[in-house]
Design a protein around this ligand. Structure first.
Ligand SMILES: Nc1ncnc2c1ncn2[C@@H]1O[C@H](COP(=O)(O)OP(=O)(O)OP(=O)(O)O)[C@@H](O)[C@H]1O
Length: 255
């Protein structure tokens, strides 16, 4: 069974069909890409996958269980985490607190234990701190754990956002333009990191990206959206040589 299955997914905003009969399948451990010209519907698709938008029609299943109609936090509890095109960290909190907040969504103690400062609260907090530091080490941010998130350089903020998504212990990680604003060196390091976390955490990843060096370098299966419709699915080589894909991108360049 596919890990993620998107079946005939559509959404309209007024008269605009932003995504139309979209189909997409990812198996466990796939590293997939979702590409397409500006306004093709990529982020809208992510917003439906994460419960931000309710599809007009169609279904989304995670290991056979439908996600449609669930709220974003419920979808996160099912094992789907995401990052955003525009970084959405808590800028005035420290790096480690940004991660601890994410771990809190899976905390093993309740509100009463926290208010009464029961031993289970302290044990839970200690565990969250240790797990957060472990993740920060992986993302090479441990030396900055005490800095405010807003003071990190841009590339590190992007890495922290991925680390925060990982703190919710996802099965499926959705990355919306993870390399946006990164220089070539940072993009190259990000590629290595994405591959590594996929293997290390037994993850399935779907990423939206305009940086073709990253998409072609890291994705094994690419879906191409144009005007809300999937126009091609294939390996990087197949996509590079696909006539409809070339036309879609050339059309964008010509306009
Ligand atoms: N909430 C909304 N209300 C109305 N229209 C919307 C809404 N969200 C998205 N759209 C429209 O849906 C279409 C798809 O937008 P979307 O942001 O998904 O594209 P995209 O492929 O992610 O583009 P980009 O690569 O530029 O980020 C666009 O025409 C956009 O204006």
């Amino acid at each position: 069974m596919a890990l993620l299955s998107v079946n005939n997914l559509s959404i309209s905003f007024g008269g605009l069909k932003a995504v139309s009969d979209m189909n997409l399948e990812l198996n466990k451990n796939d590293l997939g890409g979702l590409i397409g010209p500006n306004g093709a519907g990529k982020t809208t698709a992510f917003n439906m996958l994460t419960g931000v938008y309710l599809p007009t029609s169609g279904d989304i299943t995670l290991e056979g269980k439908s996600l449609v109609g669930l709220k974003p936090y419920q979808i996160n509890h099912q094992g789907v985490a995401r990052t955003f095109q525009n970084i959405r960290l808590f800028g005035d909190l420290t790096v480690i607190d940004n991660l601890k907040i994410a771990y809190h969504s899976h905390a093993k103690y309740g509100l009463l234990s926290a208010i009464c400062r029961l031993p289970v609260f302290f044990a839970g907090e200690r565990e969250m701190y240790e797990k957060s530091m472990d993740l920060l080490k992986i993302f090479n941010l441990d030396s900055k754990h005490d800095e405010l998130a807003k003071n990190l350089p841009y590339g590190e903020q992007r890495r922290l956002e991925i680390a925060r998504a990982m703190a919710t212990q996802p099965r499926l990680l959705l990355l919306d333009e993870p390399a946006a604003g990164m220089n070539p060196q940072e993009t190259h390091e990000l590629m290595e990191l994405i591959r590594w976390i996929r293997n290390e955490f037994d993850l399935t990843i779907l990423l939206i990206e305009h940086d073709m060096s990253l998409v072609m370098g890291v994705c094994e299966k690419i879906h191409v959206l144009d005007y809300g419709q999937i126009i091609a699915v294939g390996t990087p080589d197949e996509i590079k040589n696909n006539r409809r894909v070339i036309e879609a991108y050339l059309g964008e360049e010509a306009s």
